[in-house]
Design a protein around this ligand. Sequence first.
Ligand SMILES: C[S@@+](CC[C@H](N)C(=O)[O-])C[C@H]1O[C@@H](n2cnc3c(N)ncnc32)[C@H](O)[C@@H]1O
Length: 220
Amino acid sequence: MLLEALEWLVTPCPWTARWDGSLARQIAIRHRHHRCRAAWADHLARSRSQVQKCQNRLAGGLMVVLGSGHLNDVPAPPSGFRSVLVDLVHPVEIQIAAACSRGRLVLETADVFEVSSRLQSVIAAADFCVSAGLLSQLALDPRSGPGPGTAALHWKLLSSARHSLLITDVAARSHPGEAWDPLFDSSALPEPCAEWIWPLIPDGESPQGPQERLVRAFQH
Ligand SMILES: C[S@@+](CC[C@H](N)C(=O)[O-])C[C@H]1O[C@@H](n2cnc3c(N)ncnc32)[C@H](O)[C@@H]1O
């Protein structure tokens, strides 16, 4: 708790990120990741491997990562790539990595729910755009209405890049064997290229009980 408070105080970010809770949520993800490291390992490895497969098919160029956060589920861009990391708030360790990257890693603090024309042009210029672990958050945003709107718009945005990869949790359930509860209307998305289960909340992590998520990857 003390560490989280200290990180909240020292992370450089817009005041809105402190006020609306996005910095606190960002910091909480680091600590939850630490506690759930073993349970999340398979999910993070699968997610990283999907990104790596796409990276290997490209010689390099501009890579844009939407909802980059701590880069837990996206591997650091290999040499040959310049990267733009887009998030509401960038964790302090990513800010340090960017400052030491000699311009290879550029941070863009932006809202992917209401995409500015500047962000649209950054994505349209990208050779490869990745969105990992972001769409379910956009779909649960109070600004999001019912229906396929949020998923459709996000997929359209990603598809403006030369190549793109969307990795998102699409459904939740409390126990293995139960029916999946969709997190949002994903009917606008194409056939997934991969699918796996993520034990997001393992036994003992929350008083509300465990929760697993169905994760899918989509490629363009
Ligand atoms: C579940 S985390 C996934 C993080 C990241 N992919 C990782 O590996 O750590 C979702 C990320 O999306 C960011 N995010 C949530 N809503 C956003 C929005 N409207 N615009 C931009 N980023 C957003 C959060 O700040 C967080 O870093």
